[in-house]
Design a protein around this ligand. Structure first.
Ligand code: ATP
Length: 319
């Protein structure tokens, strides 16, 4: 664990019976950074994001460790030092209580403050996310809010206790481009306002490029590549990252030279002994089908690929 890390994940494994869906992830989240987790559907992003808060499916077995700075178990600090903006914003709000009461209850669940103080913090959080006339709106129920306001209220809920880390699990999946940008801007503003780090789960590389400082590229439950966004997306060294970039809509001459990713990721129960990406990888050699590559430090980032030393820079030209 880096000494300044707010959150440290070490060899995280999440299994359902004999099938591992997250297979040995290690990374740190640093103060005030936006740390993106990206990958195709089924890569294990949501399982990982939720495990950061100690939330795991009942039938899962978890190994490895997730610790907050100082060694605290995040499950014990959920809502206080670490908070979640879930995929489905509505599920975060109860339909039967006014929004302000829900925020005030969230405050009182982690702080010994008077009802009045909790209420004031709730209204301040709603005001901070741009709910107009927050004191009055705090008395309204979620169904009296517009969709956009509910989204704001959920972000207020996650930030009301000024956590160190906010985990946002695909917060913009169902939104059109305009609202997606607004939510991401709001998350960025709130992160700034409360001084938190943001872990942003997404399958959208444009979101990563525009909003994140570092990125973890996941494939089949493992880290394919991890490092600063400008390096990883600017000069990918893992063939999988390059393939993901190639699959983006073409908008420039460089991208046009790249083949898009073909095939689909393997199901967690159907992995061979080698690199999980080998069957789709244009660079795969014999070793890639035999042994799973370990992450190694290369060119300012971490890459798990047997061929990384043989890949000319930039990989884009090679593929
Ligand atoms: N409760 C469960 N029981 C069995 N398998 C599960 C369970 N939850 C998740 N999985 C499996 O674990 C793998 C990773 O799931 P996860 O939801 O983390 O993927 P993801 O990368 O977030 O995908 P998406 O982008 O579609 O949300 C998937 O193959 C999924 O089928």
């Amino acid at each position: 664990m880096r000494s300044e890390a707010l959150l440290s994940v070490c060899d995280l494994r999440i299994a359902f019976g004999a099938v591992e869906a997250v297979r040995g992830l290690s990374f740190d989240v640093l103060p005030r950074e936006v740390f993106a987790v990206v990958g195709e559907s089924g890569a294990g992003k949501s399982l990982t994001a939720r495990a950061l808060l100690g939330i795991v499916p009942r039938d899962a077995t978890v190994n490895g460790s997730v610790r907050l700075r100082g060694g605290a178990d995040p499950a014990a600090e959920r809502g206080r030092r670490i908070a979640l903006v879930p995929q489905d914003a509505l599920s975060a709000l109860s339909p039967v209580h006014p929004v302000g009461d829900q925020l005030a209850a969230a405050v009182r669940s982690v702080r010994r403050v008077s009802r009045k103080e909790a209420r004031a913090r709730a209204v301040a959080a709603l005001d901070r996310v741009g709910i107009p006339d927050a004191a009055r709106r705090a008395r309204a129920y979620p169904h009296e809010y517009s969709g956009g306001m509910r989204q704001r209220a959920v972000i207020a809920m996650a930030t009301v206790n000024e956590p160190d880390v906010v985990v946002a699990d695909e917060p913009t999946t169902a939104l059109d481009e305009d609202r997606r940008e607004r939510v991401l801007r709001l998350l960025a503003e709130q992160r700034e306002a409360v001084g938190a780090a943001l872990v942003l789960v997404t399958h959208d590389l444009d979101v990563v490029r525009d909003h994140a400082d570092r990125v973890l590229v996941m494939y089949a439950g493992r880290a394919a590549e991890l490092g600063p966004v400008e390096r990883v997306l600017g000069h990918p060294r893992a063939p999988y990252t390059a393939g993901l970039l190639a699959a983006l809509p073409q908008d420039g001459p460089r991208r046009r030279r790249l083949p898009a990713l073909t095939g689909t990721p393997p199901a967690p129960g159907a992995l061979g002994p080698g690199c999980a990406f080998a069957p789709r990888c244009p660079l795969a050699a014999a070793a890639c089908h035999e042994d799973e590559p370990e992450p190694q430090a290369v060119d300012g980032r971490t890459v798990a690929c047997h061929r990384v030393a043989d890949v000319p820079e930039p990989i884009r030209e090679f593929l």
